[in-house]
Design a binder for this molecule. Structure first.
Ligand SMILES: Nc1ncnc2c1ncn2[C@@H]1O[C@H](COP(=O)(O)OP(=O)(O)O)[C@@H](O)[C@H]1O
Ligand SMILES: N[C@@H](CC(=O)OP(=O)(O)O)C(=O)O
Length: 450
């Protein structure tokens, strides 16, 4: 049995949904289907999830939202009309949105319910389309499927008890179409995963049904060793390990959500990234172990939007509890940290800029000064992180030398180096404005044979 997840680009319009139907009917093992909301049809287009967020934010700030709802309805109208399906789903969306806005839930829960409307409606549309072409398919709500999650709006975490319930899906004869991106708390609240979270649903369902394979259909032939938006036609990766993919996804390979690796990894289910627009292409397979490769570096990922909080104090290394007090200040402000490279008398805390808006920054800095009496404290915004990743890196000499050479060749200053204890990656912090030159230079160094 296979679980196939189709991302936003694969379900963006009627033409894409026809491709999806062909892919499903081509392989009888594709019994459980997970879908995203319609994504971009062309590069300047707006994803349905973003349209829904705009609409929700307008409503919650007492602005008119009806025009925004109309745009969402038109996206679905276009699809149902072209596929000659009933337009019931349009009325369902309208009624659903009104019901959510009128409910007495918190704003956060309203937002989650609004966001989930894209996936939920698309799953209904796809199952109706599969039925209309003679396939035995049904829509299944995540609550009925058994996707139970934590009560943390916008960042759901799966509850372990979900897996036994999901296993029952194996008894179904029909093709089951489940909307991705959300689950329910035990007391029935709808909660979404973080953005891009349909990948997570797919992985959870694949683990639950103990699938032979989790196929993740997107709009590229494979995972490339570097972001194809930075380097043209980069090398394809044919196989990589969960650990490598986890690090690369974390650091910017947006093709697969970093949280989505864990359920598949724990259940030892291989993940295959494939192209809806070219399903014959081999794709990339993610597995627990792979043969050692001549080049231990498998990929180079980069992401912007990081902030570094630098704190220095003479004899910091001897001050008992300094690190704990520093991290407690962040914890009190609800800021999780990403990395903490440190020296004898100084430490940098790297956080995501989205977690530390300006007003929080001011409070954090004031408290650090007041409670820890540092010699200096300053904040560097606009930091980018670049990760060079590969399982064989720990036993290969000279890789750091090659990497720093590549930065020097691109005339890019290194703000931070972090070898990390995982030994499958090296991490570099640079100014965000220089990230593309740096990545190109690293790509030349590690992947272009001279
Ligand atoms: N290393 C990479 N390999 C392949 N695609 C990548 C990589 N890094 C970033 N991407 C981007 O990820 C996109 C696919 O992810 P996403 O847009 O989330 O797909 P979907 O709509 O299927 O969910 C690709 O079109 C590509 O632009
Ligand atoms: N639609 C949601 C969830 C998702 O996974 O979407 P996509 O498959 O388009 O990345 C989002 O945009 O966050």
């Amino acid at each position: 049995m296979k679980v196939a997840k189709f991302g936003g680009s694969s379900v963006a319009n009627a033409e894409q949904l026809r491709k999806v139907a062909n892919i499903i009917s081509d392989d009888k093992e594709r019994k459980v289907i997970v879908v995203s909301a319609p994504g971009k049809r062309f590069s300047e287009d707006i994803k349905v999830t973003d349209l829904l967020i705009n609409m929700g934010e307008a409503y919650l700030s007492d602005q008119p939202y009806e025009d925004k709802l109309e745009i969402v309805l038109n996206r679905f109208k276009e699809i149902t009309t072209e596929l000659e399906l009933s337009t019931d789903v349009i009325d369902e969306i309208k009624l659903g949105v009104e019901r959510i806005f009128a409910s007495d839930q918190s704003d956060e829960l309203k937002m989650d319910a609004i966001k989930a409307t894209g996936e939920d409606s698309l799953a209904k549309v796809l199952s109706a389309y599969l039925q209309s072409i003679g396939m035995d398919a049904v829509y299944l709500n995540p609550k009925e499927a058994g996707i139970f999650v934590s009560d943390t709006p916008g960042s759901a975490q799966i509850l372990d008890e979900s897996y036994d319930k999901l296993y029952e899906l194996r008894n179904r004869n029909e093709i089951v179409v489940i909307p991705g991106f959300f689950g329910y708390t035990k007391d029935g609240k709808l909660i979404t995963f973080s953005r891009g979270g349909s990948d997570i649903t797919g992985s959870i369902v694949a683990a639950g049904v103990k699938a032979d394979l989790y196929e993740n259909f997107t709009d590229v032939d494979s995972v490339y060793c570097v972001n194809p938006n930075i380097v043209k036609n980069p090398r394809e990766i044919t196989s990589l390990t969960y650990k490598e993919m986890r690090e690369l996804s974390y650091a910017g390979f947006s093709v697969f959500h970093d949280e989505a690796l864990i359920p598949a990894f724990k259940a030892d289910i291989p993940v295959c990234i494939k192209n809806t627009n070219n399903p014959q292409a081999m794709g990339t397979i993610i597995v627990s172990k792979k043969e050692p490769q001549p080049n231990p570096v498998v990929g180079i990922a980069s992401d912007t939007g990081f902030v570094s909080i630098y704190v220095s104090k003479y004899l910091m290394n001897r001050e008992l509890g300094f690190g704990r007090k520093l991290l407690t200040i962040l914890e009190d402000e609800g800021i999780s940290f990403e990395h903490t490279p440190s020296g004898i008398d100084d430490i940098s805390i790297i956080v995501r800029a989205s977690k530390m808006p300006k007003e929080k920054e001011e409070r954090v800095i004031a408290r650090i000064k007041e409670e820890l009496h540092p010699d200096t404290v300053h904040v560097d915004r606009d930091l980018a992180l670049i990760m060079v990743v590969g399982e064989g890196m720990d036993s290969t000499i000279g890789l750091a030398d090659k990497a720093t050479h590549a930065f020097a060749k691109a005339n890019v200053n290194l703000e931070m180096i972090n070898q990390g204890s995982s030994e499958v990656s090296m991490m570099f912090g640079i100014k965000a404005s220089r990230v593309e030159e740096a990545v190109r230079s690293l790509y030349d160094m590690f992947f272009c044979d001279k």
